[in-house]
Design a protein around this ligand. Structure first.
Ligand SMILES: [Zn+2]
Length: 75
């Protein structure tokens, strides 16, 4: 499935359209250990700012990202 991305619609002299391919066959690669990511570990983190999820490599356990679900007062 392909769909247009909002990337590139920012202010500037040039605009680059970026396609998002959800059917891309290659697995993502962990930037830390360089291995293909077939499993992504997620851990629920509760804080005063709300519930977030930390995503990390199941192989080397280095953190790849954190969900940006905002607190209840931020919508
Ligand atoms: Zn890794």
């Amino acid at each position: 499935m392909e769909h247009a991305s909002p990337l590139g619609d920012t202010v500037g002299m040039t605009t680059t359209r970026v396609r998002i391919r959800e059917d891309f066959p290659a697995a993502p690669v962990c930037p830390h250990c360089g291995k293909d990511i077939h499993e992504l570990a997620a851990r629920r983190v509760e804080s005063l700012l709300g519930v977030r999820f930390v995503y990390y490599c199941a192989d080397c356990r280095k953190v790849l990202g954190v969900s940006h679900r905002k607190g209840f007062w931020m919508g």
